[in-house]
Design a protein around this ligand. Structure first.
Ligand SMILES: NC(=O)c1ccc[n+]([C@@H]2O[C@H](COP(=O)([O-])OP(=O)(O)OC[C@H]3O[C@@H](n4cnc5c(N)ncnc54)[C@H](O)[C@@H]3O)[C@@H](O)[C@H]2O)c1
Ligand SMILES: [Zn+2]
Ligand SMILES: [Zn+2]
Length: 346
């Protein structure tokens, strides 16, 4: 067994290095990774060295969307065995705090999340990981799909926060990876009218292919007027913002129906944004937000395995592990074309 990891060694610099094969500790499994997805946050760390207060300090391993096969088990492991295929949920939490104890573990202040400084990510061959955060993949779901459970979980959490249900109308602002997985989740939850807005025609084409009922190009069309037209000025039941821009966040009060729910997922570059709260109040609309996800991996895995949700259409590019630096370079220089790139770890 040999283990290699790709380190980010500076802004836009990556290097592959030999590292030790970790020995799984109590209740940990050793996983031979097969696929790692490249996320917007990985790219952001590589280009800018930080996201908000999380600052990369020294050489750093990126990657948090992953799946592979159990290669060894540590003492006390009960539910997994060598050869099981698993998807790893990247946030390990304390289990003791108020948030963990109430099941809202994504809000745990002591979370150790892969590829979020100071915790390294998973762009490597072998990782040791807690058994209880390694979810077994049943027949019918590949490890490539397993790596996509992470972004899909964000979309499913967004749909749940908005209480999307059978017959609902939804507007999703942004058709990047997160907007598209949110579309898949809303469809699975029964939304019947899903409008996706973006400014890139290619992304709107993907949205259409993945089941959006209407797409709007915000570069050419007045989005508010178009939604008014589509809904007879009523607005939609749920608006989910995944573009992460001040402009789209500010549009949400105008798109929502009376009593509807706005869900904020995208992270705008600026913290303070002008927003029409009077409209929200006059409509008695709710505003909810999303921080990653909780208690969703098992559902997401089952939904993919049973064919309820098809994530395979999200992957637009695939690279080999030894081309990781090239892969990041490609993603950075072809942002419009890439919805999701994955690294195949041999
Ligand atoms: N809350 C969370 O837990 C969480 C988790 C993951 C990602 N995110 C955030 O979600 C956002 C989306 O992530 P992504 O990976 O899909 O990013 P992305 O950049 O691929 O997608 C954003 C999309 O918004 C589109 N857009 C830009 N301006 C627009 C406008 N005026 N109208 C409509 N669309 C517009 C872009 O063309 C792009 O397709 C990011 O801000 C990311 O930080 C949040
Ligand atoms: Zn991600
Ligand atoms: Zn906790």
């Amino acid at each position: 067994m040999e283990n290699k990891a790709v380190y980010m060694t500076g802004l836009n610099k990556m290097e592959m290095r030999d590292i030790e094969v970790p020995v799984p500790k109590e209740k940990q499994v050793l996983v031979k990774l097969e696929y790692v997805g490249i996320c917007g946050s990985d790219v952001h760390y590589l280009e800018h060295g930080k996201i908000g207060d999380f600052i990369v300090n020294g050489d750093f391993i990126l990657g948090h969307e992953c799946a592979g096969t159990v290669a060894a088990v540590g003492p006390g492991v009960e539910n997994l065995k060598v050869g099981d295929r698993v998807a790893l949920e990247p946030g390990c939490t304390c289990g003791q705090c108020e948030f963990c104890k109430t099941g809202r573990y994504n809000l745990c202040p002591d979370v150790e999340f892969l590829a979020t400084p100071p915790y390294h990510g998973c762009l490597m061959n072998y990782i040791a990981f807690p058994e209880n955060m390694a979810f077994k993949l049943p027949e019918g779901i590949s490890t490539k799909e397993g790596a996509l459970v992470e972004p899909l979980s964000v979309g499913m959490h967004a749909a749940k926060q908005g209480n999307v249900k059978l017959g609902d109308s939804v507007v999703i602002l942004g058709a990047g990876c997160i907007g598209l997985v949110t579309l898949l989740a809303c469809k699975a939850f029964g939304a019947t009218d899903i409008t996706i807005v973006d400014v890139i025609p290619k992304r709107l084409e993907y949205a259409k292919k993945l089941g959006a009922t209407t797409v709007i190009n915000a570069a050419e069309t007045d989005v508010l007027a178009e939604i008014d037209k589509l809904t007879g000025k009523k607005g939609v039941d749920v608006v989910i913002e995944t573009a992460g821009s001040a402009r789209t966040i500010a549009q949400t009060p105008y798109l929502i129906k009376n009593g509807g729910c706005v869900v904020l997922v995208g992270m705008a570059p600026q913290d303070i944004i002008e927003y029409n709260f009077a409209k929200i109040m006059a409509k008695e609309a709710e505003i909810k937000s999303v921080f990653r996800y909780r208690n969703i991996y098992p559902q997401a895995i089952n939904a993919i395995a049973k064919g309820i949700i098809d994530v395979s259409g999200i992957v637009t590019h695939e690279f080999d592990f030894n081309e990781t630096a090239k892969a990041f370079d490609f993603v950075i220089n072809n942002k419009q074309d890439v919805v999701k790139a994955v690294i195949k770890i041999d």
